[in-house]
Write a new protein. Structure first.
Length: 625
């Protein structure tokens, strides 16, 4: 056990001995030109030494040993002496002995006997500009350095002790200061000092880049002036202010943290819309790009219309244009629409085909007839006496410009004895002359029933109630809850729902021998009816009005109605209401004309037309309105 302990102690002694020696400074490391070797071979840490110039040179170096390296505390480079004469040497020796004389005497002595001269030194890695044989007192030395070197600071000046500064050329280097913050990789690794012309490649981490170039990996080169071509520092990725974006309070909204991943809520100027709920800082700046998009409406596509005013290649927010529906379409007056803040046109009215005046044989229109009727207009007609149906029939103008709900006016038969049945045969019971039974030939079936059917001969009977149809044709109309069906032709039936209900389809068709299923769903009721000035509602008031219900307006005297008296509720909206127009007064007098006398073999188109007599001082005339 004692031998290893001794060996360990010996090893520690050698270690400390070497560490102590490693702090010494050695004579051979003093490499100043034209100097004499110092006295000892080595000096301990903290000691100082003087290095004198060899004979024929003047100058002095004072050095201190610090951590094994010589550090100069005073430097006066060795310069060649020029002895003008033996007398000069004598005076210089005398001068060194009497250096204690007064400043005035010393100046006088120097000015009388001493001659100060300097010669151009040899400059390693450099050269003197416009060299001279010798330089007088206070002359300066101009020199340059070779490629890759730079002059040491200061300008050498000739003095009685030689040049004030040793002209030296230091090697040009660039220091890589930032090697850890935001850095992912450096090549070459570990090197921080680079000579002129040498390069280093740096790769930044994920959230960093080189601020000057906004790149994440690039090469940097040390220039001849000791500066890098670009700053080799990895900085945090940040976003600048989006100055080109029309954002309210831009500098306030985008102040503060602007690092990668930062988010901001923002609002765009009027006429622009936000392209996202918030802005996000990315490597490419604030996204989305752009933050604000100009609000633009596409050119409107309105069928059956043409633009008449305000047409442009680009419709911005609040742009207005006018269009007019083609002839035969409603509305007939021009329509103006506006591009709103969502980039949509507001105020659009579709051009719907108007219905021509209906041509119903054996019938007349109730309340007069116009040339054209708008979509959803309703009129009533009444069959002539002796034609069925006897009650008035109401028809509606649909979006296709067709009248729906019409029924043919058919002459009512007195007997069914002359009933003829095609593709079938009839049975009559002697005791029952009103009920007729019938069946159909092979390949046909009764319109109503299975292999046989019956009809009752009564008022309003139609011959087509007893008929045979092909088996692939549809039979009797199906029942519809909350509504009724009216056969338009053998393959089409109109659907009419009860008040308060709306048909999903206005008509059904016969497809492959089967009728489509009609549906009447509950409609949206209407609220308070429109207020018509100078008019009263003759119907009973209700809290709400079901879909399909109607109201009748009557104008107060002396006003006359303009438009339809009856207004219907259609899916929560009242149809266009009438207006009450006043009589024209002349001299505060007006008269109402009685209805015209009946004209034989003629029918008045409208019995609501009113006549007034207007009085003037010189003329009594009739005005038809």
């Amino acid at each position: 056990m004692r031998v290893p302990v001794k060996l360990l102690g010996f090893g520690l002694w050698l270690f400390f001995l070497n560490c102590a020696r490693c702090q010494e400074c050695f004579r051979e490391k003093i490499k100043y030109e034209n100097t004499e070797p110092v006295a000892r071979a080595s000096y301990a840490d903290g000691e100082t030494v003087r290095a004198y110039c060899i004979t024929g040179y003047t100058g002095l170096y004072r050095l201190k040993c610090e951590n094994g390296e010589w550090k100069p505390s005073f430097e006066r480079p060795c310069a060649s002496k020029r002895i003008v004469s033996t007398m000069s040497v004598l005076f210089i020796r005398i001068f060194t002995q009497i250096s204690q004389m007064s400043p005035h005497e010393l100046f006088l002595f120097r000015s009388l006997f001493i001659v100060i001269r300097c010669i151009a030194p040899v400059i390693p890695n450099g050269y003197v500009i416009e060299p001279r044989t010798e330089y007088q007192k206070d002359a300066t030395l101009k020199y340059r350095c070779n490629q890759g070197f730079k002059p040491r600071g200061g300008i050498p000046r000739c003095t009685q002790f030689g040049w004030t500064l040793k002209p030296e050329c230091d090697e040009v280097t660039c220091e890589l200061k930032s090697t850890t913050f935001g850095v992912k990789k450096i090549n070459p690794e570990g090197k921080t000092i680079f000579r002129a012309g040498e390069s280093v490649e740096i790769t930044c981490s994920e959230k960093n880049w080189f601020f000057s170039t906004k790149e994440t990996s690039r090469s940097f080169t040390c220039r001849n002036d000791g500066q890098w071509d670009y700053e080799p520092v990895c900085a945090d990725i940040t976003c600048d202010y989006p100055r080109d974006q029309p954002v309210y309070y831009l500098y306030f909204v985008f102040s503060g943290d602007k690092k990668l991943g930062a988010k901001r809520l923002y609002r765009c100027f009027s006429g622009y819309r936000e392209t996202a709920a918030e802005a996000t800082c990315t490597r490419d700046g604030w996204t989305p790009k752009p933050l604000c998009a100009e609000i633009v409406c596409e050119e409107p596509n309105i069928p059956n219309a043409e633009i008449t005013g305000g047409q442009s290649e680009n419709y911005k927010f609040n742009s207005r244009i006018q269009y007019k529906c083609h002839s035969g379409f409603d509305p007939e007056e021009p329509v103006e629409i506006t591009c709103d803040s969502r980039g949509k046109w507001t105020g659009i009215q579709q051009c719907t085909k108007m219905c021509a005046a209906p041509n119903i044989p054996n019938a007349e229109i109730v309340g007069g007839q116009r040339l054209k009727y708008r979509f959803q207009s309703r009129i009533q007609y009444k069959c002539h006496p002796g034609f069925d149906p006897e009650e008035p029939v109401e028809i509606t103008c649909d979006s296709r410009g067709m009248w729906t709900g019409s029924r043919h006016c058919t002459k009512m038969p007195t007997l069914c004895l002359k009933l003829l049945l095609e593709n079938g045969f009839i049975y009559r019971h002697p005791s029952n002359k009103e009920e007729i039974f019938y069946s159909c030939n092979t390949g046909y079936k009764p319109f109503s029933g299975n292999w046989w059917a019956s009809v009752t001969c009564k008022k309003g009977f139609q011959s087509d109630e007893a008929r045979c149809i092909r088996e692939e044709e549809c039979g009797a109309l199906p029942s519809v809850h909350r509504g009724k069906l009216t056969l338009r032709d053998p393959e089409t039936a109109d659907v009419e729902c009860d008040p308060g209900f709306v048909a999903t389809d206005r008509f059904i068709k016969c497809i492959n021998g089967n009728w489509e299923k009609p549906v009447c769903k509950e409609g949206v009721p209407c609220g308070i009816p429109p207020n018509v000035k100078n008019a009263v509602i003759t119907s009973k008031p209700e809290e709400s009005y079901p879909d399909g219900s109607s109201l009748t307006y009557e104008c107060q005297s002396p006003y006359s109605i303009s438009g339809e008296r009856t207004v219907s509720c259609r899916n929560g909206t009242w149809e266009k209401t009438p207006t009450c127009q006043g009589e024209v007064l002349l001299n505060d007098n007006f008269f109402t004309c009685p209805d015209p006398q009946v004209i034989q073999h003629a029918l008045f188109l409208s019995m609501s037309t009113r006549f007034t007599w207007s009085l003037s001082p010189r003329l009594l005339h009739s005005n038809k309105r």
